[in-house]
Design a protein around this ligand. Structure first.
Ligand code: KG4
Ligand code: ZN
Length: 341
């Protein structure tokens, strides 16, 4: 029986390894960030991401074992993200998983990164466990630098895409605005910090598709509007008004996300809602979502940030559940750009 897996996540710019049980218990999760390398270029450079994964991965696997106090004899399978993501980055994780699977004579399974994000609320460790009443079905909003999508999650492997951004992801929109305002990369967290002392009504930004009757979103108009506003003001005024600019820009994103979540919860009569992905670290989004959920009588689960951003623990959990059902991948499995459909 597959009870415990080693998990590998290399789909974007974070290298992460975890050891996870079928119960969701995380024995260890370790990661190497590449933010400093990519900051020099103002965005993620796929070639650099792949190269850094290949340097960091094996030492991280050793560290994950050490932290868990375990060895290969405790591991029944290997879960690895094989879709979607940067192809070169995915290949590093995938070939490592295949090699270890052959060397250690245990099965491996390719896991969808988005499935990992959607199941992250079930993870457990000494500091976090989901609320007692948490379980299927629930509505999930996955928001990160690469994706912004709404799902109905009815069970393992039973996911319905309700809607998604038609252009930029919310995280990308945060990051581009931050970069244009001179706040570095990735800048979502800087916008969040500066916005705390700003007035969200100081500047007007568009909220595209907020009232249309789909679950789709669009952030490219907001991104362009942010750029125009920064150019019109000029560097000195931008510097002076950064808190107000950040608060107003952030509010436009949060308004759209909450409106779509509200619509999905209503239409699908949800009792439980989750936020997942790096942008769910945003303090304004969390506060607004908590207030909204309390008003509607919904259970809102936002996993701790270590399980919201890209991490191998969520991949391990999705993988161990599937492997326990008998799923494995063949040696010819390749990386793929396929999201959850
Ligand atoms: O899930 P994640 O770690 O990686 C991707 O799959 O993209 O998400 C990273 C994204 C970045 O766009 C980053 O700026 C954003 O999450 N982010 C935030 C905050 N913290 C991280 N955005 C807004 N406010 C934050 N506090
Ligand atoms: Zn992600």
């Amino acid at each position: 029986m597959i009870e415990r897996v080693l998990a590998i996540e290399t789909s974007c710019d974070d290298t992460s390894v975890a050891i996870v049980d079928r119960s969701g218990w995380v024995h260890s999760v370790v990661a190497a960030s590449q933010d400093l390398e990519h900051e020099l270029y103002g965005g993620i450079v796929p070639e650099i991401a792949a190269r850094n994964h290949s340097i960091a991965l094996i030492p991280l696997i050793e560290e994950a074992f050490k932290k868990a106090g375990m060895s290969w004899s405790d591991i029944h399978g290997i879960a690895v993200t094989n879709r979607p993501g940067l192809i070169g980055a995915l290949i590093v994780g995938l070939v490592t998983a295949k090699s270890l699977s052959q060397a250690k004579k245990i099965p491996f399974l390719g896991v969808n990164h988005l499935e990992g994000h959607l199941l992250a609320p079930f993870l457990k460790d000494s500091q976090y466990s989901p609320p007692e009443d948490f379980g299927y079905p629930y509505v999930g909003l996955a928001i990160s630098g690469g994706h912004t999508s709404l799902y109905q999650i009815k069970g393992l492997g039973d996911y319905k895409v309700l809607g998604a951004t038609r252009d930029d992801a919310a995280g990308e929109c945060f990051d581009k605005f931050a970069k244009m305002a001179g706040l570095g990369f990735p800048g979502g967290v800087r916008v969040d910090q500066l916005a705390k002392t700003g007035n969200p009504e100081a500047f007007e930004f568009p909220r595209s598709m907020i009232h249309d009757d789909t679950f789709d979103m669009s952030f490219s108009g907001l991104k362009a509007s942010g750029q125009r506003m920064l150019e019109q003001l000029g560097p000195e005024l931008v510097q002076e008004q950064l808190p107000d600019l950040c608060a107003s820009f952030q509010e436009a994103i949060v308004d759209v996300l909450i409106a779509k979540l509200d619509r999905a919860a209503k239409v699908y009569r949800a009792k439980r809602v989750i936020l997942t992905g790096g942008v769910s670290a945003n303090s304004r989004l969390r506060a607004r979502a908590e207030k909204w959920a309390a008003e509607k009588g919904l259970t809102l689960v936002v996993p701790p940030i270590r399980y919201c951003t890209d991490n191998a623990a969520m991949i391990g959990y999705a993988g161990v559940l599937r492997m326990a059902q008998g799923e494995t991948s063949a040696m010819d499995l390749g990386p793929s750009p396929q999201a959850l459909t």
